[in-house]
Design a protein around this ligand. Structure first.
Ligand code: B12
Length: 209
């Protein structure tokens, strides 16, 4: 089995202890960090499909997520680009009621490597907490809100509405997450949307430059 396929299988099986070494071996065998990352993202889709089909349950999703995070830890230093440019501070978080953070963490990593200083508020972030963070931090140029559940899409809407109604200025709001569409992003008044971490970094730069 190729090393990259091994990484894929270890994520699906939630093998946190073995994943770091497997990612390193895939790198040593010549795989590109971006390809290894994509393989792990694909694994999470498989995990989601198995969950939908009732073949696995929440604990299995959770251990797969932990394995992916460990794998990303090995890739992180290699994914960091030229962050000498200062594009200001990006406040990022997953909206209220939502505990999914893998996608948000990848977006955070790519936005940081694009030249932003990232302040990560974590998961289950209320609209008020986003506003407080914009006030507390200097030179906030971007606010990024992630939502992974159809049931937390209203929380995404509330976050954008509360941030916009706060009267604070000088930044753009970008939203994303699997159920979010460009149409929904526009409907709730976000300034930008991106479908994945790579395009989030491109969009982020475009919005603030
Ligand atoms: C892992 C996982 C979990 C883990 C999360 C652990 C963690 N630390 O994140 C745990 C076990 C906690 C979990 C719990 C639940 N989950 Co879950 N989970 C998943 C799973 C398998 C993978 C998610 C993931 O990490 N994907 C990989 C990343 C890289 O992709 P991503 O998150 O989409 O992010 C990318 C883009 O969306 C985008 N992006 C993301 N955020 C942002 C933000 C911005 C600003 C931008 C621009 C872009 C952007 O860029 C990212 C990188 O490319 C998905 C299945 C799936 N296919 O997504 C289900 C899934 C999201 N979960 C689901 C469900 C139902 C649940 C639960 C309700 C289950 C339950 N019965 O309890 C709970 C809810 C808990 C809560 N309150 O949040 C459903 C959601 C269905 C729906 N339509 O709402 C899914 C789709 C599974 C399914 N097929 O049914 N889950």
């Amino acid at each position: 089995m190729s090393k990259i396929n091994e990484v894929k299988e270890l994520v699906e099986a939630g093998k946190s202890k073995k994943i770091g070494a497997a990612v390193q071996e895939a790198l040593d065998a010549g795989s590109q960090p971006g390809d290894i990352l994509q393989a792990m993202v694909d694994s999470m889709s498989v995990v989601g499909e198995k969950f939908s089909a009732g073949e696995i349950f929440v604990p299995e999703m959770l251990i797969a997520a932990k394995a992916m995070s460990k794998g990303v830890d090995v890739l992180r230093p290699l994914m960091a680009g030229d962050n000498s440019a200062s594009l200001g501070t990006c406040i990022i978080g997953t909206v209220a009621g939502d505990l999914h953070d893998i996608g948000k963490n990848l977006v955070s990593m790519m936005i940081e490597s694009a030249g932003f200083t990232v302040v990560d508020l974590g998961v289950d972030v209320s609209a008020e907490k986003f506003v407080a963070a914009i006030k507390e931090n200097e030179n906030v140029t971007l606010v990024a809100c992630s939502g992974l559940l159809t049931t937390t899409m209203p929380a995404l809407k509330e976050a954008v509405a509360t941030i916009k109604a706060s009267g604070l200025t000088g930044f753009k709001v970008i939203v994303g997450g699997a159920p979010v569409t460009p149409e929904y992003a526009a409907e709730i008044g976000a300034d930008g949307y991106a479908a994945d971490a790579g395009s989030a970094a491109v969009k982020a730069k475009e919005l603030v430059m």
